[in-house]
Write a protein that binds this ligand. Structure first.
Ligand code: FAD
Length: 390
């Protein structure tokens, strides 16, 4: 694919979501051009923990949870293929996950969610002794946990590079520029404009992450995505890696990575965080997708993690990571055709779950664009239809 050939599809944005769309479309035989203003995984996808556990408050009803389970299966199936095609070692791992209850309120919440989650996925309640048999370092205060036998974690930047390089193996190309608008003939997309010119194309997939609302004026459709700040810590963890991916409703996640760090987070991402406190302005988010880390966030993350895993008090902070998530109005992504414009698609607004759902998003975008419908009967694509906000 070169600029001299007209692409079938321009994908705007090379985060985990855009690169997955590019891969799935290129593998289906389409000529794909990815336009990225910065570099692969420059935005939110460079700072995500890359955790993929389905027992969480993010997948907040049975229909959405089915997509969570699908995201898990899609990722597990695709990562070895991507590693083979791209040569990128992703640092991917499979471990059980436990959604822990450390106080009464958390126990009520975890047990209540488990009742309906167990109808959709493989999960069950574990008593405190069973929890500590799996991971003895967890506080003796623990009341129990929802258990998911297999969850995943993959460094999100490496996943994005693996998708992009694999897409290139199918002929896709990456073009460095900023998209500034759409070219239309009537209600049809016929191209995109960028800082250096225009590119003719029949389809465009807007995977612009937290900047997605900037496309509203091009589309005549108010893209309901706002920038949501998040911070997490990477602790140096010389002891044995944790045996499970841990999270609690109020205290966040604790995840051992294969590189020897323990990820602890994330502000603005815990089940009961008031998201309004973490929203930042659109201009601010575009100007700096990785704002200054805050000492308050660091202190709070360490305090909450220590309540779950007392040995955290001996750990030192290796990195303090900040980023901006694409928060959609109902926290679910927008994946599908833009109402009223033929050839324009959105793939954005994944909020806390853009890595978990990247592979499944690429599959859905491919199905919608190539076949005109989703080919996954067990998951309802209407859940993500941008038209739900009209
Ligand atoms: C601290 C933190 C922890 C997280 N942990 C997890 C986790 O454990 N699991 C999980 O699933 N998710 C997690 N997330 C959320 C996840 O990071 C996002 O949902 C995901 O990265 C969104 O991916 P994206 O490709 O949509 O956006 P991005 O990765 O932000 O990519 C968008 C790209 O579009 C480019 N772009 C924008 N506008 C234009 C334009 N006009 N022209 C050209 N290029 C453009 C940008 O430069 C950027 O590279 C976390 C987020 C944070 C902040």
């Amino acid at each position: 694919m070169s600029l001299n050939q007209n692409p079938d599809v321009v994908v705007v944005g090379a985060g985990a979501v855009g690169t997955s769309c590019a891969y799935h479309l290129a593998a289906a035989g389409l000529k794909v051009l990815v336009v990225e203003q910065d570099r692969v995984a420059a935005g939110s996808s460079t700072c995500a923990t890359g955790a993929m556990y389905s027992i969480s408050a993010d997948f907040n009803d049975a229909d959405y949870l089915r997509w969570g389970v699908r995201g898990h299966h899609s990722t597990k199936a695709i990562v070895p293929v991507l590693e083979d095609l791209s040569g990128v070692r992703t640092g991917y791992q499979c471990r059980p996950a436990m959604r822990l209850a450390v106080d009464d309120e958390e126990e009520r919440q975890v047990r209540a969610d488990l009742e309906w989650q167990a109808e959709v996925m493989n999960t069950r309640w574990l008593d405190p002794d069973d929890v500590r048999a799996i991971e003895p370092a967890i506080t003796p205060e623990v009341r129990g946990a929802a258990f998911e036998p297999e969850a995943l974690q993959v460094p999100a930047d490496r996943l994005s590079h693996a998708f992009m390089r694999s897409a290139e193996r199918f002929g896709a190309a990456l073009f460095p520029s900023t998209i500034t608008g759409l070219e239309r003939r009537g209600d049809r997309v016929v191209g995109v404009t960028h800082k250096q010119g225009t590119i003719a194309c029949d389809n465009v997939v807007l995977a612009m992450g937290a900047s997605a609302a900037l496309a509203s004026k091009w589309l005549g459709y108010a893209v309901p995505v706002r920038p949501l700040r998040g911070e997490r810590l990477m602790l140096r963890w010389p002891s044995q890696p944790l045996q499970a991916i841990l999270s609690t409703p109020r205290r966040g996640h604790l995840i051992s990575r294969l590189d020897g760090y323990l990820s602890v987070g994330s502000t603005g991402g815990r089940d009961f965080d008031d998201r309004e406190n973490w929203i930042v302005g659109q201009d601010e988010a575009v100007a700096d997708p990785h704002p200054e880390p805050s000492p308050e966030a660091r202190e709070e993350l360490l305090r909450r993690a220590t309540e779950v895993l007392p040995t955290v008090k001996y750990a030192t902070v290796g990195q303090h990571i900040t980023g901006i998530r694409p928060l959609s109005r109902d926290t679910r992504p927008l994946i599908g055709a833009v109402p009223g414009i033929e050839g324009a698609y959105l793939a954005t607004g994944h909020t806390h779950r853009g890595i978990h759902l990247a592979a499944a998003t690429g599959e859905l975008v491919r199905d919608l664009l190539v076949h005109g419908r989703s080919l996954q009967p067990s998951c309802d694509p209407a859940l993500f239809d941008p038209a739900r906000f009209l």
